[in-house]
Design a protein around this ligand. Structure first.
Ligand SMILES: Cc1cc2nc3c(=O)[nH]c(=O)nc-3n(C[C@H](O)[C@H](O)[C@H](O)COP(=O)(O)OP(=O)(O)OC[C@H]3O[C@@H](n4cnc5c(N)ncnc54)[C@H](O)[C@@H]3O)c2cc1C
Ligand SMILES: NC(=O)c1ccc[n+]([C@@H]2O[C@H](COP(=O)([O-])OP(=O)(O)OC[C@H]3O[C@@H](n4cnc5c(N)ncnc54)[C@H](O)[C@@H]3O)[C@@H](O)[C@H]2O)c1
Length: 486
């Protein structure tokens, strides 16, 4: 067994672990990163990149078909083999050489194997060749181990060998019939992708389709999925699943409906990869999400940082905002935090402070790449109310904006903004419609910068663009009374 000492040890080389390591190295610290599968994590090989590649061709085709002159130039149909081949390239053919080279160029030491905390500031690495290494950290250990698909306890489901998001993202053939359990983001995006690739898709959504977004957005996507031939079974769930000898999967739903499919995809949420990272060594329960404070230090059961604050958790594993961009945002803050503490410098975790991941609570942007797309940031009306904020919600028909009508014939979309009526600032924004993803960042800036509504009236959208929705929403809300926010 060999032993090595570094300033920082990171467990998990997904997008978040990589960025924590990079930040610490740039601050002059030595870093070892431990990875048990592929450097780059879920996002690069089985999540963001391959799934968006599966969706992109169908979105482009839809855009062309909404314009009579352009659609005349499109004579064939989608080529699934070409889509899957392009997806393979975006998943780097499931090889991580490129990201390993980047680690090397950044000066980060990679150890292949499973990392496990064995004592304070100590990580044991069980290498694939049976070689064990002990890593000691002078300053910090960071857990960035992400999540795995959660498979619910449904009778017969595990025996039916279901697809998880990994198999859906990496499939080499398109099933004739695909049943999807779960109407969240994964379920909705994969229903969109596989319907376009030619599968007969059935989606079972216990809590309705996309239950956490504004209903005007989820309803438009539900209608569009139905129009694409997707069978929606809402507000019910599977009671039992069985794969017969011929390979057909049979599902019986709680409402008595029976279904048959060639594959079944489970998309019912995630479970943290903490079962084997040695949480018991620090008095925590293996398999639990990691609770963290504002500087991402792991908290013990008494709510105070573990040990003297040497253990951190970033990304999906802390359950704050399980998205790649938010995890990388945490990673940037955490890299600087570890460097500051190592140098005995102060750490600013006040709201919007240099070392605080405040946006995780106030301004999380997300694009759901359904057809039509949904783009959201900050609160919905329901979440603002639950947070005790006095808000006013206004909505507007996006299709009525000149830029939208020009963008596509029959453009159907809608947008809504949530205004904190006491502070007169935007706290939430949702838009649904074809090609709305790039509209989102303006709203993210308005929320993170707390731009007063009165000032937003001076941010004039160009004509004729989709962004004119901003003007219509402001007009619908009306100008705040003078000095209302003082
Ligand atoms: C189907 C799907 C699509 C998604 N699409 C998007 C999207 O479009 N946009 C977006 O922002 N987010 C998307 N997400 C979410 C995104 O994938 C995650 O937020 C992101 O991957 C989290 O990064 P992470 O570094 O925290 O964890 P991960 O990417 O999960 O990386 C963790 C790494 O740790 C390693 N590891 C785990 N345990 C150990 C151990 N004990 N020792 C050593 N290594 C270990 C793993 O092998 C893995 O490489 C999607 C998720 C799914 C499932
Ligand atoms: N474009 C993106 O940003 C993107 C894309 C995909 C995934 N992600 C992230 O990946 C994570 C996982 O997504 P997900 O869709 O798996 O989880 P999710 O939590 O978004 O949705 C899971 C859904 O499954 C349903 N469900 C749970 N148990 C069920 C059961 N037994 N039967 C039927 N339905 C059941 C729930 O009602 C819920 O709506 C999320 O954090 C998401 O943000 C992001």
């Amino acid at each position: 067994m060999s032993e090595n000492v570094f300033d920082v040890v990171v467990i998990g080389a997904g997008p978040v672990g990589e960025n924590v390591a990079d930040g610490a190295v740039k601050g002059g610290l030595s870093v070892a990163i431990v990875e048990s599968e592929l450097v780059g994590g879920e996002c690069s090989y089985w999540a963001c990149m391959p799934t968006k590649a599966l969706l992109r061709d169908a979105a482009a085709l839809r855009a062309v078909r909404a314009l009579p002159g352009a659609s005349a130039a499109v004579t064939g149909s989608l080529d699934p083999a070409a889509v899957l081949a392009r997806r393979d390239a975006f998943a780097s053919h499931w090889h991580d050489d490129g990201q390993v080279s980047w680690l090397e160029s950044a000066g980060i030491t990679l150890l292949r194997g499973v990392g496990r905390i064995s004592a304070a500031r100590t990580v044991d690495v069980a290498g694939p060749d049976g070689h064990a290494t002990v890593l000691r950290a002078r300053h910090a250990v960071v857990v960035a181990t992400g999540t795995s698909a959660r498979v619910p306890h449904v009778h017969g489901l595990a025996d039916a060998v279901p697809w998880t998001s990994r198999e859906a993202a990496a499939a080499q053939t398109v099933p004739g019939r695909l049943a999807i359990i779960g109407g969240g983001v994964v379920g909705t995006e994969m229903a969109t992708a596989y319907a376009a690739l030619g599968s007969q898709v059935t989606l079972i959504a216990r809590d309705g389709l996309l239950p956490t977004v504004e209903s005007f957005a989820s309803e438009l996507v539900a209608e569009a999925l139905k129009a694409q031939g997707v069978a929606l079974h809402l507000l019910t769930e599977p009671d039992s699943v069985h794969r017969d000898e011929a390979g057909t999967v049979h599902l019986t739903l709680a409402d008595g409906t029976t279904l048959a499919a060639d594959e079944v995809l489970v998309a019912t949420g995630r479970t943290p990869n903490t079962a084997a990272v040695g949480l018991e060594q620090v008095g925590l329960t293996p398999g639990d999400w990691l609770q963290v404070d504002d500087s991402l230090r792991v908290l013990g059961t008494d709510g105070t940082p573990v040990g003297d604050g040497w253990l951190y958790a970033a990304g999906d594993v802390n359950h704050r905002a399980p998205l790649t961009h938010q995890g990388k945002y945490q990673a940037r803050a955490l890299g600087e935090t570890i460097v500051a503490r190592a140098n005995g410098n102060p750490v600013d975790t006040s709201p919007w402070g240099r070392h605080a991941a405040t946006a995780d609570e106030r301004a999380v942007p997300q694009v759901i790449f359904s057809d039509p797309e949904i783009a959201t940031v900050g609160h919905t009306a329901a979440s603002a109310e639950a947070a005790g904020i006095r808000v006013r919600a206004v909505e507007y028909d996006l299709g009525a904006v000149a830029g939208a009508a020009l963008h596509a014939d029959g453009y159907a979309g809608r947008a809504g903004m949530i205004v904190d009526e006491d502070k007169q600032v935007l706290v939430g924004f949702t838009v649904v419609g074809p090609d709305v993803a790039e509209l989102l960042h303006a709203a993210t800036i308005a929320i993170a910068a707390e731009v007063p509504i009165d000032r937003l009236w001076h941010a004039v959208p160009a004509y004729p663009t989709l962004s004119e929705i901003w003007l219509r929403l402001l007009e619908t809300h009306g100008r705040p009374p003078e000095a209302a926010w003082l």
